[in-house]
Design a protein around this ligand. Structure first.
Ligand code: IPT
Length: 953
């Protein structure tokens, strides 16, 4: 026996051997099952063949082995390390060969059958997910081997089981031919990462079945037909249905939609078994060039979801899956693309129950072949087609009974080829009731929807206007953005502008933000680790942290912004006519589940509040509703109406009162701060005083306002570049971060030109510029005072040939001690020019710590927008105009230099930025730069702040 033969299957293009044909995934009402999750004995080898298979023989002494948890990844349990690459294969590309260094984990589990395990019937051993290739033995008998990491594999084992002392042995190889088909942008994480279960299969039990539950919106009727391999009866008590399998029945029903996820409980009963059914009636069709469900076009407000947990990787428990769905629902998300593989099957059950449209994507990506112009791509090589068809079948058969699954997807970033066409043909034949998606097929030869990723706004608009050309087939199809809004670090920007396009052009059926959660790995020293933190020889850094949730599932500002952008109720008004316009933006539901409240706020404090009667508007309908009279006796000052749509009652995904949508309507304008320049600058011993201001007489630098010491106040144009500023290195487009650094904006020096004491003002003239560059800015600080308050007017004019926008424009200074921060303006979270939709004008309180947004890789963050005034560290600042407020316990330079949150060490000074402008955020870490209207152009500017140091009581 040569060593090659024993491990040949690892590099074989075939999907495997020995497994049962794929079938629907269900839990039986009455058949027993035994979970084999838990502690397993574990031995790691460096190569696929380092150890023989004697460990699979009953009696083998594994006493010296380690233990791992199943489901789990051994590299997250102290054996070896994870590897992150985006699209590069972390091994030589020589399909289907893999390296000799092939971490191989032998897993051993001893188990007894429960005493009441039936003697009759059969038993199936099911693996819900193993990465990337496994060979299985039970009681010494070789059952076979399989690939297809995120797909189920079952083996018939009844004849091998004993009442006690069963030995299940699983050898898992990190690398296999299958790895070539699994080049998704994520950590490479070998292991048995989903459940292992023993399922009793009673004689006469259910095998596979296909629930066809359609809805005829013209008749209000549903038609149910359950095709079953084993004949039996189908009952749905609530609908009075009791029919034979295979027999259609039509009855009046409430349809299923993501907004109204009506499920009917039923039972499929064969002679030997009963299986619960959860039937949702809905019809998905392509008609008039649109994807319609139950006769209506759907607007996808979606997100791409990888499975992720910061400690357990892709081994997700039910509570985490539920948390994902709840968080999505609470943030107005109505759709999920299971990028880039079928999720744990329980996730789809939650989508059925709580209501999400699902694009179920096959476990297929061959992105690394792009490096060789897609030459030798397995999807265009007939030898691989059986593996591709096996993957398609395992997904469709497993998930076909979920009403939430409305679209199948062939996979991601796999180029084009005959294998994909074969998959499409098979899926269309097996399930003509669902459209097919695949982004990599620009001609849409095999697909039923035109899909793009990261297309800029202009292109999306062109497609919406049907001016994009394309093949004849494509011109008949709607567009979805299967990925857009790259949520890496601070951002994504521009979501509201996309949404406006989606809501304007019917051909645009929405999109899926990239992506749901940062794949940061909890790390004792680094907080959260990303690519490169495990010494990988090839890696893609923090490109793996590009989610709307931080790794611990706390929502990032991007998710708050997305929630607001996609809210299903529009609430608007310009304050001129005492009305508010309410628009129902749902596709199916009226507004009867919502209650509306108003509050009248002066300078952010509610003066009065109440409820607003809103008719149960049909989807798409609007109404203009009278607001009450402003409350008599309300204090003077800037006033706003805040109108909210909240849940009228508890729902399965959020309690009564949960805010679904809101709008603010102006009621009375802001009074800008006035300081009459009555005080005179007075020269003293090395200082100049002006009202409460104390300045250095030589440099003109502000030293104090009243009792509050101030340091380093000066013009500031630099921000710690965001991932979106830096852009992705493959992008040829203008990327601002690198251009800024080239211009030296991160190392600007301040030249003092003059300190001028005037009659009623102290004027300091400077020029701000970087070594080696002619570009710079003149900055003139003009200080005046009325005796109590100190006003600074900054005038700045760019000099030289400025061809790039500025990162920021404002002042920064240090304060010795700050605890609380209070402000009136936008909040509660951060906002930037193109991520500001969710900012609520109000009175907010926080701490310096609370102002920081914990991006996994530190970068510019935390700016509060539209701030009229703020109080911190004993200082009060009023802005004219309103400003952006940022405060940190480290400098921008320290923030810029940090690679992980743990690099940020609080200093003694709190650094405050008061900005007149910020550059937009955009999505250029993978997609387009900020739209030109969000650029902070280098141009002359003037802005003022009024400082005072009210004595603390
Ligand atoms: C696109 C991928 O489909 C996705 O998996 C992810 O890598 C994303 O980009 C970026 O985070 S592919 C890209 C080259 C457009």
């Amino acid at each position: 026996m040569s060593f090659r033969t024993s491990t040949q299957y690892v590099e074989d293009v075939s999907p495997g051997s020995g497994a049962l044909p794929p079938r629907a995934w269900y839990a039986s009402c009455d058949a027993m099952s035994l979970s084999l999750n838990g502690g397993w004995r574990f031995r790691l080898s460096d190569t696929a063949d380092a150890e023989d298979d004697s460990f699979a023989t009953p009696g083998y002494d594994a006493g010296g082995w380690a233990e791992v948890s199943v489901p789990g990844h051994w590299v997250l349990q102290g054996h070896g390390s994870p590897v992150y690459t985006n699209h590069l294969y972390p091994f030589p590309v020589d399909p289907p060969r893999v390296p000799t260094e092939n971490p191989t984990g032998d897993h051993l589990r001893l188990f007894d059958l429960p005493g009441d395990w039936p003697a009759d019937g059969g038993t199936v051993l099911r693996f819900d997910g193993v990465e990337s290739c496994a060979r299985v033995w039970l009681n010494g008998t070789d059952l076979g081997e399989f690939k297809g990491s995120r797909l189920p594999h079952e083996f018939a084992v009844g004849h091998l089981l004993r009442p006690g002392g069963n030995v299940l042995a699983v050898r898992v190889h990190q690398w296999s031919a299958g790895s070539y088909l699994e080049d998704q942008d994520q950590w490479w994480l070998p292991g048995i990462f989903r459940d292992v279960t023993l399922l009793h299969r009673p004689a006469g039990g259910v095998l596979d079945f296909f629930v066809h539950a359609s809805y005829d919106h013209t008749a209000g009727a549903g038609t149910l037909r359950v095709d079953s391999d084993v004949a039996g009866r189908v009952t749905v008590p609530d609908l009075g249905i009791d029919v034979a399998t295979g027999e259609p029945v039509t009855v009046p029903v409430e349809p299923w939609s993501a907004e109204t996820p009506r499920l009917y409980d039923g039972v499929l009963a064969t002679e030997g078994e009963r299986v619960p059914l959860r039937v949702g009636f809905r019809t998905v069709e392509l008609s008039d060039g649109l994807i319609k469900v139950n006769g209506r076009p759907v607007l996808f407000k979606g997100v791409n979801r990888h499975e992720w947990h910061p400690e357990r990787g892709r081994a997700l428990d039910l509570a985490t899956m539920r948390e994902d769905v709840l968080l999505m629902k609470r943030h107005n998300i109505n759709a999920v693309r299971t990028s880039h593989y079928p999720p744990h099957p329980a996730f789809l059950g939650l989508c059925d129950e709580l209501g999400l449209w699902v694009i179920d994507e096959c476990d297929l990506e061959t992105h690394g072949f792009t490096e060789q112009g897609w030459r030798d791509n397995p999807v265009d090589d007939d030898r691989w087609t059986p593996a591709l068809l096996d993957r398609a079948a395992r997904m469709v058969e497993r998930d076909k009974n979920h009403p939430s699954v409305v679209i199948w997807s062939l996979g991601n970033e796999a180029g084009t080829g005959r294998g994909l066409t074969a998959m499409a043909g098979w899926i269309h034949g097996r399930d003509p009731s669902r459209p097919l998606h695949y982004e990599g097929d620009p001609g849409c030869r095999d697909t039923d929807v035109y899909s793009r990723m990261y297309a800029g706004h202009a292109e999306v608009e062109r497609i919406g206007r049907r001016l994009d050309g394309g093949t004849h087939k494509r011109r008949q199809l709607p567009l979805i953005l299967c990925e857009y809004g790259h949520a890496m670090g601070n951002g994504p920007g521009g979501l509201a502008d996309y949404q406006r396009l989606f809501e304007t052009h019917e051909r645009l059926q929405g999109g899926f933000v990239w992506e749901w959660i940062d794949h940061g790995i909890a790390h004792p020293e680094l907080g959260y680790a990303y690519g490169g933190d495990f010494g990988e020889e090839l890696h893609d850094g923090n490109f793996v942290c590009d989610g709307l949730l931080f790794p611990d599932r706390r929502p990032s500002p991007g998710l708050t912004e997305y929630k607001k952008v996609i809210e299903p109720v529009g609430i608007s008004g310009d304050g001129t006519d005492g009305t508010v316009r309410v628009t129902n933006k749902h596709d199916f539901a009226d507004l009867s589940a919502l209650a509306f409240t108003w509050s009248y706020e002066v300078e952010g404090e509610a003066a009065d509040s109440g409820t607003l009667a809103v008719p149960a508007l049909a989807p798409g309908a609007s109404a203009d509703l009278e607001l009450p009279e402003p409350p008599p006796g309300a204090p003077a000052g800037e006033a706003l109406w805040t109108v909210r749509a909240v849940l009228a009652g508890d729902t399965p995904w959020a309690p009564k009162g949960h805010v679904v949508a809101w709008g603010q309507i102006p009621a009375a304008e802001r009074r800008t701060p006035h300081v009459t320049a009555t005080a005179r600058p007075v020269a003293g011993d090395g200082v100049i005083t002006l009202g409460p201001g104390v300045f250095d007489a030589r440099t003109g630098a502000l030293r104090a306002v009243g009792d509050v010491a101030v340091s380093g106040l000066r013009l500031d144009v630099w921000r710690a570049t965001t991932d979106n500023d830096d852009g992705a290195d493959w992008q040829s487009d203008l990327r601002h971060g690198p251009l800024w650094r080239k211009l030296g904006l991160h190392r600007m020096r301040h030249r003092l030109d003059a300190v001028e004491m005037g009659e009623d003002a102290l004027t300091v003239r400077t020029r701000v510029a970087a070594a080696a560059r002619e570009t710079g800015l003149s900055a003139v600080y003009r200080w005046t005072s009325d005796g109590d308050r100190l006003r600074l007017t900054v005038g700045t004019v760019p000099e030289g040939d400025w061809t790039v926008p500025l990162p920021r424009l404002g002042i920064r200074f240090g304060l010795p001690a700050v605890d609380g921060v209070e402000w009136y303006g936008g909040g509660p979270g951060e906002a930037y020019p193109d991520t500001r939709t969710a900012s609520v004008v109000g009175r907010w309180r926080s701490t310096v710590e609370g102002l920081q947004t914990p991006y996994v890789r530190p970068q510019e963050n935390g700016a509060r927008i539209d701030v009229r005034w703020a109080e911190l560290g004993g200082l009060r600042v009023e802005g004219e105009p309103a400003f952006w407020l940022t405060a940190r316990r480290w400098t921008t330079e320290q923030l810029d230099a940090a690679a992980h949150r743990t690099d940020l060490v609080p200093g003694d000074t709190v650094w405050v930025n008061l900005d007149h402008g910020q550059h937009g955020i955009g999505s250029q870490s993978c997609g387009p730069a900020p739209l030109p209207r969000y650029h902070l152009r280098a141009e002359p500017a003037e802005f003022s702040f009024v400082f005072s140091a009210p004595a603390t009581p």
